[in-house]
Each structure stands twice: as C-alpha cells, then as structure tokens.
Design a binder for this molecule. Structure first.
Ligand SMILES: NC(=O)c1ccc[n+]([C@@H]2O[C@H](COP(=O)([O-])OP(=O)(O)OC[C@H]3O[C@@H](n4cnc5c(N)ncnc54)[C@H](O)[C@@H]3O)[C@@H](O)[C@H]2O)c1
Length: 252
C-alpha cells in the first residue's frame, strides 16, 4: 500500500503550467516521481526549474492548446523525450466576464475554444499515446463554475459545465482501454486568474460569507486531489467531478 500515491516511472503532460494551478500540479507530480512535460503559451522555465528542484526531469514547451497540431506535437515530444505519455492534465484556461446580453461573440468563442474544445482535441490526440502504454489517466480542470453559475461569466460557466460532461463521456467510452477520465472542480485559488478579484475587499467578504472554511485556497491545496486521480489510489475512480472548494457548494 505504500506506493498508493506513487507516480514513479510515469510521464505526465500538464498544459497551462507556467504558474498557478498547473505549476503546482506539475511540481506535486514530480515530488511523487513523475517526469513532466510542462507546456503553456507563456514561458515555462520557472516550472521546469521547480520540477527539477523536486528531484525529477522536465521539458518545457511553448504550446497553444487551441492548436490541434501543437497538441499532437506536445505528445510526440513527450514520447521522444521520455518514452511515452501516462497522464494528461488539461489545465490551461481563461476567464472573460461581462453581462450575457452584450458579451462580444469573440469572448464566447475564445473561452469555449481554450477551456473546452482544446480539452477534447487534447484527449483525441493523446488517445493513441495512452493506448500504447496500455492505458492512462486524463484529468480535466473544470471549476465549481461548471456546477453552479458565477455572475456575468457565461462562457466560463458554460465551458466548465462542458468540461464535466466531456470528462464523463470520455470516462464512459475509454474505460475499455484502461483510460480513466475525471474532472477537478476547484473553488477559489489564489493565482494570476483570481488575484485581481481577491484584492477586492467585497470579494473577500463574499468568500467569508459563502465558503464554510471562510478563506480562499492556495494552489498547493489542489495537488492532493490531482495526485489521487493520477495514481494507483484512484484506480476505481472514473467519470467523477471532484470538488475542492472549502465547502462552498455544499450548502444553500
Ligand atoms: N484559480 C482559481 O480559483 C480557479 C478556480 C477554478 C478553476 N480554475 C481553472 O484552473 C485552471 C488554471 O488556472 P489558474 O487559476 O492557475 O490561472 P492562471 O491564469 O495562473 O493559469 C492559466 C494558464 O493557462 C495558460 N493559457 C491560457 N491560454 C492558453 C492557451 N491558449 N494555450 C496554452 N496555455 C494557455 C496561461 O498562460 C496560464 O499560464 C484554469 O482552467 C482555470 O479555469 C481556476
């Protein structure tokens, strides 16, 4: 039982991992023995250094998840460098806000594309690589916004709801290939995406009033859930949407 949470000899690909939740997951996986392919549209050298500092190996790649070709190249690079792919964390994501009635079509399109369509494309592209290894894990980063609606965030809410259903659909279809697919639904974590909101007193008060734990989280607090879903510990968990939100969505 002592290797229940081990990722030794596993190769993990994490998208959107220049910082924030993706970086924390990449470093957490490295501490548990996985080799990591770190990708983002931004520079990922800091995450690569942190993975190496955690005692593992990493390569850093510039990848825009809205390009199916770049996604394919990312998995090929993982195979070329580390011999294959075992775990994919679809983490890259963006937020656009505004009232539904006047939200620009471009905002809708880009959020659905980056947050949802890219996860489907990445799943299709990683499928042959996971099959070659006899199976694997896909962890799709959704949000509690996929379960309940944040105000004036319609494309984000819709994209994250889509991620949960995408995960269930893939879990259903690919269990026969020993590929387990799950979603994670974080509450509010301090990252570049949320820093501006968290600096507002009103937002802090809203968190205190709604989250039973009366605080936001730091990225390291998501790592345990991701390791569970990536490791032997999660060997019978499939099609689940794991909420990590300090209890926000447990009450009315
Ligand atoms: N921080 C939170 O409270 C929170 C809550 C729920 C869900 N999430 C989700 O967690 C994931 C990570 O977000 P975060 O909070 O770490 O924010 P973040 O902004 O720090 O990280 C998102 C990363 O995705 C990258 N990215 C954006 N567009 C990309 C593209 N087209 N191709 C490749 N990379 C791209 C960004 O460069 C960035 O590094 C997102 O999917 C987000 O929706 C975050």
């Amino acid at each position: 039982m002592d290797d229940l949470f081990s990722l030794k000899d596993k190769v993990a690909v994490v998208t959107g991992a220049s910082g924030g939740l993706g970086q924390a997951i990449a470093v957490g996986f490295a501490r548990h023995g996985a080799k990591i392919v770190v990708s983002d549209v931004k520079d990922v050298s800091e995450t690569v250094k942190k993975v190496e500092g955690a005692g593992s190996e990493a390569i850093g790649l510039k990848v825009d998840v809205s390009s199916k070709d770049e996604l394919k190249g990312m998995f090929q690079a993982a195979e070329d460098e580390f011999g294959g792919v075992d775990i994919l964390v679809n983490n890259a994501g963006i937020l656009r806000t505004g009232p539904a009635e006047s939200l620009p079509k471009e905002d809708w399109d880009v959020v659905i594309n980056v947050n949802l369509t890219s996860q489907f494309n990445a799943a299709q592209e990683v499928f042959p690589f996971l099959k070659k290894r006899g199976g694997g894990r896909i962890i799709n980063v959704a949000s509690i916004a996929g379960l309940l609606a944040f105000n004036q965030a319609i494309p984000y809410n819709a994209s994250k709801g889509g991620v949960i259903q995408l995960s269930r659909s893939l879990a259903f279809e690919w269990a026969q290939h020993n590929i387990l697919v799950n979603a994670i639904c974080p509450g509010i974590f301090l990252t570049d995406m949320t820093q501006g909101m968290l600096e507002q007193e009103g937002f802090q008060q809203m968190i205190k009033g709604n989250v039973p734990m009366a605080r936001h989280a730091v990225p390291e607090e998501l790592v345990g859930a991701a390791i569970y879903l990536a490791s032997k510990a999660g060997s019978y968990t499939n099609g689940h949407a794991m909420v990590v939100d300090g209890g926000w969505t447990c009450h009315l």
